[in-house]
Design a protein around this ligand. Sequence first.
Ligand SMILES: Cc1cc2nc3c(=O)[nH]c(=O)nc-3n(C[C@H](O)[C@H](O)[C@H](O)COP(=O)(O)OP(=O)(O)OC[C@H]3O[C@@H](n4cnc5c(N)ncnc54)[C@H](O)[C@@H]3O)c2cc1C
Ligand code: SF4
Length: 334
Amino acid sequence: MNCYYGWNKDISVLKDSASGGIFSAIAETILSQKGVVFGAAIDCETSTVRHIPVETAEQLSLLRRSKYQQSNTEAAFHQVAEALSGHRRVLFSGTPCQVAGLKRYLSIKRISTEDLFTVEVLCHGVTNTKVVQSYIRSIEAKYKRKVVKYHFRTKDKPWYHSGSSMHICFEDGKEIYRNHAVDELYLVFGRNVALRPSCHACPFAKEEGRPADITIGDFWGAEEYIKDKDLLKQGIGLILTNTDRGEAFWKELTEQNKVTSEPLDIKKALPRNGALTRPARANAAREAFFLRLEQEDFIRLVHSIFKKVIFKEKIKRFIGYDRMRKIRKLRGKR
Ligand SMILES: Cc1cc2nc3c(=O)[nH]c(=O)nc-3n(C[C@H](O)[C@H](O)[C@H](O)COP(=O)(O)OP(=O)(O)OC[C@H]3O[C@@H](n4cnc5c(N)ncnc54)[C@H](O)[C@@H]3O)c2cc1C
Ligand code: SF4
């Protein structure tokens, strides 16, 4: 396994991606070889996420950006099998457990994986659909408008502050951005209150033995290496090449000048990315959250659990994240 940090040189694609835009650089190459790309897309009407096939570079925007919600792969597994049987090149991108599940499915069906290239996100967990649907209902009640679109991980705030937001569009054209530090869905996701139970025993939270050819994640801590603030605002990816095929593909992308890539000692990425070392530990409030979710409004419920956290985050935002970072450094904290 080799480790790198890097970013997509196409700035518009980089801006539209959750992190370094690495997924799109890989996907465009597969599409240029007349291949088909599978990834997770949001269906806002039902507040669900499912894997869909994409055939053109324009459609890739449907797959870009992380959706912190489980994606349904049922139809996609059949479609991947069909495409491979027809000798098409296929890129499948998903969580590590989805990649491992697909490979197992193809092996049971005895379908050759010679034309299959796989990418996985570095993954600390997914929430289930019911949680997201409760959140959307609660947002609709709070703003008294119907939600027609939502996105996780917009880059309206600098990436290196982990400053992404929920972006929500309403039927009447109103749009809101809800900062990750205080948005209720982000809180239950990021603080491990509402992850699926299997995520707390994830067998893929490790450096080696990962199922996909390439792993992509966020290079949190990139500001130690990159001083260009404009670049840091857009996002820097962490890349692990897990197979010879993955390594050769990454070298090709670098040589074709599609991405900027620098080698990295993986030990430097570990302190800020738990998904590489251990499964996320369930929050003590998890059980109570799910019990109360049946009866209570989502936003009010999360506020009652995270009253202190939300208050502290509001103070941090008031002081400013850059200043907070300096204060933490002076106090010897990361
Ligand atoms: C649920 C989840 C948890 C994550 N946890 C971490 C983490 O702990 N640490 C870390 O460094 N990075 C994590 N990531 C990855 C990170 O958020 C970026 O997705 C990654 O850095 C790729 O960014 P990009 O700019 O290259 O690609 P983007 O263009 O943003 O690509 C998004 C890719 O992610 C896939 N994807 C998005 N949502 C889902 C989903 N729900 N299920 C399956 N596949 C999906 C799409 O198919 C697409 O291939 C997580 C991503 C997800 C989806
Ligand atoms: S944390 Fe593990 S089990 Fe959960 S979605 Fe991610 S890869 Fe799958």
